[in-house]
Design a protein around this ligand. Structure first.
Ligand code: FES
Length: 118
């Protein structure tokens, strides 16, 4: 494991994400309300470029929403651009198949620089 500089923190404002290349691996780096997350840019379905997808939220209907359909987790879900499979950015879990989980990479910010450990 080694740290890799991927750019100045100003290049990753809250609510944005970018795909960076480290060695021969593409990684999506996400800033979710000031917290950084990184996921491989490979969808578990048919290996689409997951992190090139849109980030938004998802719908839920459970006790937490009073059993009403509600929009939740805005800014925490990335949808694969190929077939729309959704993943939780904060955990790497697939919403449709929770046993499927992407590897997450540690991200730190030091001296104004975003660093990825992989
Ligand atoms: S390749 Fe991502 S949903 Fe199909």
């Amino acid at each position: 494991m080694a740290e890799h500089l991927v750019g100045p923190v100003d290049d990753f404002p809250p609510g944005t994400h970018r795909v960076v290349r480290v060695r021969n691996l593409e990684v999506g780096v996400f800033n979710v309300r000031g917290a950084f997350y990184a996921l491989p840019n490979v969808c578990t379905h048919q290996f689409g470029p997951l992190c090139a997808g849109n980030v938004s939220g998802t719908t839920a209907c459970d006790a937490s929403t009073g059993w009403e359909i509600a929009w939740v987790r805005d800014g925490e879900i990335v949808a694969c651009p190929w077939h729309g499979l959704e993943f939780d950015i904060t955990t790497g879990r697939c919403l449709a198949a929770p046993k499927v989980r992407l590897r997450s990479f540690p991200v730190t910010v030091e001296a104004g620089q975003v660093k990825l450990t992989l």
